[in-house]
Design a binder for this molecule. Structure first.
Ligand code: ACO
Length: 333
């Protein structure tokens, strides 16, 4: 098939969900030795949403999925595959996607999780769009959902100020206009650098024990500075690769929707791509870093605000534990 006859894979519906409870920087300054000023100037974060203790990653994913279905004008029964990107599954197994499947009443519909940390949603988009392109599925529900508050050490000021909870979802399906929709993606990983961002215990390498719990090894461990430097380089290269591959230049991108980890990382990428910050969609001030949920949450916000128009080129770009990075290029249908 020539490029012009390949059926386009488009985003048919978008939804998002953020828990009601808001945790402000001011509140955090009473929990650990930090300040609103430090958090705002070093990260850009002002507040984050925190799930209720009884609210699970799959609950948040289902809320986002229901909104995406409504916005797509589809029924849950139109979905024939579910992929959930998350590093905070409801349980180590089964897959959180199976809980989503049951809650949506989609008996027998296949469901699996994607583990690529903050890049998980873009990894899932890449897999899902190629599965539809191959003719194996018609409508795939792709969710990025995280309850990072459940793996955050609330006594560690170097990490607890950064993260939040939430979910975003899209429904992918075939479109009609050739040359629109998901144009392509660029994925990458470097497992040798895993130790700068990981959760040491609770897996087969170090099963949970009283000692691992006492040592706080079931929380996020991160060397922020190292992550920062590699993130900027990897995101720049990944973004440029996908833009060039599709014969575009950065000035043709209407919206860059980056992973929302740190304003300074986003500003550095804006400079390196030579795309002004006025064309970056940034909402980390309200949500903090929600890992795999961050790009679909930001996409949903931009779309609901009516800022995405037919023909706009969108660039998603992310970086996360693994290490992993990814970009997706879209021409809005
Ligand atoms: N409040 C006050 N002071 C703090 C805090 C805090 N919350 N946290 C750290 N500090 C102190 C440090 O102790 C250090 O003090 P010292 O100089 O006396 O030693 C000082 O502030 C500077 O610390 P740095 O770590 O050098 O601060 P930096 O400017 O690098 O900012 C940050 C830290 C915000 C974590 C940054 O490095 C960052 O954003 N890194 C990237 C994180 C990221 O992108 N993660 C992405 C993936 S997440 C995932 O996949 C789940």
């Amino acid at each position: 098939m020539s490029a012009s006859t390949v059926p386009p894979i488009i985003i048919k519906g978008i939804g998002s969900y953020a828990p009601q409870r808001i945790l402000t920087n001011e509140e955090l300054s009473h929990m650990v030795d930090t300040s609103d000023e430090w958090i705002r100037t070093r990260t850009g974060i002002r507040q984050r949403h925190i799930a209720r203790p009884d609210e699970t990653t799959s609950d948040m994913g289902v809320a986002a999925a229901r909104e995406a279905l409504a916005n797509a004008g589809l029924q849950a029964s139109d979905i024939d595959l579910i992929i959930v990107a998350t590093i905070t599954p409801d349980m180590p197994f089964p897959a959180t996607a199976c809980f989503v499947q049951a809650k949506l009443g989609l008996h027998n519909v296949p469901a699996f999780d994607m583990s690529a940390a903050c890049s998980g949603f873009l990894y899932a988009l890449d897999v899902a769009s190629n599965m539809i392109r191959a003719g194996a599925y018609r409508h795939i529900l792709v969710i990025g959902a995280e309850k990072l508050s459940s793996i955050t050490n609330w006594e560690d000021r170097t990490t607890c100020v950064l993260f939040g909870d939430g979910a975003g979802a899209v429904i992918l399906g075939k479109g009609e206009e050739p040359g629109t929709g998901i144009l392509g993606g660029s994925l990458g990983a470097d497992g040798e650098e895993y130790a700068i961002l990981h959760l040491p215990a609770g897996g087969s390498a170090k099963p949970a024990s009283i000692q691992t719990v006492e040592a706080g090894e079931h929380f996020i461990h991160m060397q922020g500075n190292s992550v920062f430097k590699i993130a900027v380089r990897a995101m720049e290269q990944s973004a440029k690769a996908v833009i060039e591959r599709h014969g575009l230049t950065p000035d043709k991108i209407r919206w860059v929707i980056p992973h929302q980890a740190n304003n300074r990382i986003i500003e550095a990428i804006s400079q390196r791509l030579d795309v002004g910050m006025d064309r970056f969609w940034v909402n980390l001030d309200n949500y903090g870093n929600t890992s795999s949920a961050s790009i679909p949450l930001a996409l949903a916000e931009a779309w609901k605000a009516g800022k995405i128009q037919k023909g706009d080129h969108l660039l998603f770009v992310s970086f996360g534990a693994g290490l992993t990075w990814a970009s997706t290029l879209i021409k809005w249908q």
